[in-house]
Design a protein. Structure first.
Length: 169
């Protein structure tokens, strides 16, 4: 089980073996964390994402799955892109959110990454309630068999930090 640490700040400023991107299925950049990672990481991330789309991910990355690219100009070796689910009040999609964390750790293991920085996946424009997202994220990382030694949750604001702190304390 990896050590879980919490940081409040900008995930694009983190130093880690891998930084997880809360991507959209197109892998071509977007808003929030996705846009910030593409902007700060530079054009090499987008170039690799385009190659993935031209190959086996022609229809995009499915929700709950993960794939890695270079980290470009970020202080990391890789970016692990995962597509979180949009929150629904009529359908339980929590297994898909948990899968984002599990699959990201699986990809990290394949790469040999030991430190992984995660955002709070699906809590932005996908409207997942923060407390529930924190519960799912922390429980999933704790329960996943991985060689990752540190899972760092990089949380953008006080509310997110407090929600994750309540789950890790």
């Amino acid at each position: 089980m990896p050590t879980i640490t919490l940081v409040q700040g900008d995930i694009t400023r983190e130093s880690a073996d891998a930084i997880v991107n809360a991507a959209n299925s197109s892998l071509l950049g977007g808003g929030g964390v996705d846009g910030a990672i593409h902007r700060r990481g530079g054009p090499s991330i987008l170039a690799e994402c385009r190659r993935l789309r031209a190959g086996h991910l022609g229809k995009g990355l499915p929700t709950g799955r993960a794939v890695a690219t270079t980290a470009g100009d970020l202080d990391a070796r890789w970016v692990i892109h995962t597509v979180g689910p949009v929150h629904s009040t009529t359908e339980d999609r929590s297994a898909l959110l948990a899968s984002c964390y599990r699959q990201s750790l699986r990809v990290a293991d394949e790469l040999g990454a030991h430190t992984v920085a995660f955002p709070a996946i699906s809590t932005g424009v996908f409207h997942w309630p923060l407390d529930d997202a924190a519960r799912i994220a922390v429980e999933t990382v704790r329960a996943t068999d991985t060689s990752v030694t540190e899972a760092r949750f990089v949380l953008f604001d006080d509310r997110a930090y407090e929600a994750f702190a309540a789950r890790t304390g």
